[in-house]
Design a protein around this ligand. Structure first.
Ligand code: SAM
Ligand code: SF4
Length: 338
């Protein structure tokens, strides 16, 4: 297997399988070596998720607490107002967070007053000196451009799994819809955040096909979240089998080797990993996490480690927090590309 430094977009399934199937410690060693060539291994990027519009989503994503199709106990909430968002963001900044991710339980962005409110929130949080990411469902290039103009740093839109397996998890939109939104975002200077979930019932081949799809994006998504399914009572996947920790580590390490420059983010489900397992994921190349002032990530159905627990973990590991905008601002690229 070649350990070439060049960024590749043409990984074959056989090559990916050969990486994923390496003896675990050999895989972690190789991923850690790649990680050190492209990143400061002592640095961790920490994000905070804020659900600006929770619940009552018309989509049927089988894992999601916010789909209106399932009784999950997550109530529909009104859109948060800007002051609330700025308060949470300011506290996040004080806790060392570099990026705030604004999530809405929408199928897609509509050009209405609510989008204007989101643009206003993006401006406000950016003015606090934080990177802002939005995850608002499908969007067109005009809308992505408006977000860039408001100062947005990143747009999140996960492919979630392989194209084939995706159809068994979500029926209200297609994989092509998903890729189309990523293309729309790539037409702007925004950075792309896209990854998926393990534990949906997919095979290891589905996981590798997902990494193959993500690595085919040019340039690679700047951020690649790897979620471990949070089993939400009331959803069709509530009784899925747990993902073995070894699979989590293999997935992180393979993502790191395949997309060496990207931030690989250990996201939902991290709370289930003990500190040693998390440290192993960090060694294998995860350099980004979500942390929260409460014990929840996006909704009360998805738990998250707290700022305090994460500070203690990072301190024990001798790790430091990445400053906002260390990689520059997407808007700076305008001068270069104009
Ligand atoms: N509605 C928008 C969309 O779907 O793009 C944004 C919000 S959605 C909650 C963002 C991502 O969170 C999903 O793409 C999925 O990967 C992840 N996610 C949601 N529920 C999850 C769960 N129960 N376990 C793990 N990951 C989950
Ligand atoms: Fe809606 Fe997003 Fe949840 Fe799917 S993942 S049901 S689109 S909020």
């Amino acid at each position: 297997m070649s350990m070439s430094m060049a960024l590749r977009h043409d990984w074959t399934l056989e090559e990916l399988q050969a990486v994923y199937d390496l003896p675990l410690l050999e895989l972690v060693f190789r991923a850690a070596s790649v990680h050190r060539q492209h990143h400061n291994p002592r640095e961790m990027q920490v994000s905070k998720l804020i659900s600006i519009k929770t619940g009552a989503c018309p989509e049927d994503c089988s894992y999601c607490a916010q789909s209106s199709r399932y009784s999950t106990g997550v109530d529909a909430e009104r859109m948060m107002d800007k002051c609330q968002v700025l308060d949470i963001a300011a506290r996040a900044k004080a806790a060392g967070v570099s990026r705030v991710c604004l999530g809405a339980a929408w199928r897609s962005v509509k050009d209405d007053n609510r989008f204007d409110q989101v643009l206003d929130m993006v401006r406000g949080v950016t003015d606090l000196g934080l990177e802002v990411c939005c995850t608002l469902g499908m969007l067109n290039t005009d809308q992505a451009q408006k977000l860039e103009d408001a100062g947005l740093y990143a747009y999140n839109h996960n492919v979630d799994s392989s194209a084939e397996f995706y159809e068994t998890i979500i029926t209200t939109r297609t994989y092509a819809d998903r890729l189309n939104t990523l293309e729309n975002v790539r037409k702007t200077n925004l950075t792309v955040c896209s990854g998926g979930i393990i534990g949906l019932g997919e095979t290891p081949t589905d996981r590798l096909k997902m990494l193959q799809t993500l690595a085919a994006v040019r340039p690679h998504p700047e951020s690649v979240p790897i979620n471990i399914l949070s089993k939400v009572p009331g959803t069709p996947l509530a009784d899925n089998a747990d993902v073995p920790v070894w699979d989590v580590i293999r997935m992180i390490a393979t993502a790191r080797i395949v997309m060496p420059k990207s931030d690989v983010r250990l996201t939902a489900g991290r709370v289930k990993l003990d500190p040693t397992a998390q440290a192993m994921c960090f060694l294998a190349g995860a350099n980004s996490i979500f942390s929260s002032e409460t014990e929840f990530m996006l909704t009360k159905a998805v738990p998250s480690p707290s700022y305090d627990a994460d500070h203690a973990l990072l301190e024990a590991l001798g790790m430091t927090l990445r400053e906002p905008f260390k990689m520059g601002r997407p808007q700076d690229k305008r001068a270069v590309t104009a």
